[in-house]
Design a protein around this ligand. Structure first.
Ligand code: SAM
Length: 176
């Protein structure tokens, strides 16, 4: 097989992306520490045409050289906003009609493959800090918690890997 050249990928320009239809998902980053993780989340959100990223708490904001190393320009295409308190971001999303879903390992969580996203719904999916996970206060006000099953020795996935898995799963269930 021949690998495609960049100009054969037919990607949208930043302006076309911004004007284009979005996947009805907002990504909330609850106190994410690593700028490389933040940049990778931007790149992943661009790939799935995510509506908006909510950067909360200690989560760093663009522009920043370390974020750009992994975002590769996706901070220009994906809309974002900053909230000091993740609870306020989540409360705002709830008033706008989003279903509030923590992506976390928790008692009472539903396994990703058992969750069926519904066409016409909007979802806010929350990812947590690399050490402490989603804030305890946020866990108190979510509608649902989705957990990605794991079969190895490590406690958890990297946050960006988790975002890629969940966004693809939602995308495949809703769009394909
Ligand atoms: C490195 S993990 C945090 C692990 C931390 N030890 C904890 O207790 O939550 C960072 C984030 O990735 C996501 N994550 C990682 N593995 C996951 C899994 N198996 N299921 C759901 N979310 C996961 C969650 O959003 C989590 O807050």
């Amino acid at each position: 097989m021949r690998k495609l050249k960049l100009d054969e990928l037919n990607r949208a320009s930043v302006a076309e992306f911004k004007a284009g239809e979005k996947f009805p998902v907002a990504v909330v980053l609850d106190n994410v520490r690593s700028m490389h993780n933040i940049g990778s989340i931007f790149r992943t959100a661009d790939g799935f045409a995510v509506e908006q990223i909510y950067l909360c708490g200690i989560t760093a904001q663009p522009p920043h050289r370390e974020i750009e190393k992994t975002a590769l320009g996706a901070t220009q295409s994906v809309s974002w906003t900053y909230y000091e308190n993740p609870l306020h971001a989540v409360q705002k999303l709830r008033t706008e009609g989003y279903s509030i879903i923590a992506i976390e390992q928790a008692a009472g969580s539903i396994a990703l493959h058992e969750f069926e996203p519904q066409t016409g719904e909007k979802y806010a999916i929350i990812f947590g800090n690399e050490v402490n996970g989603v804030s305890d206060e946020v866990m108190q006000i979510i509608d649902t918690c989705i957990e990605i099953p794991q079969f190895g020795t490590k406690h958890s996935f990297n946050i960006v890997v988790s975002a890629g898995i969940v966004l693809w799963d939602f995308f495949a269930k809703l769009n394909l």
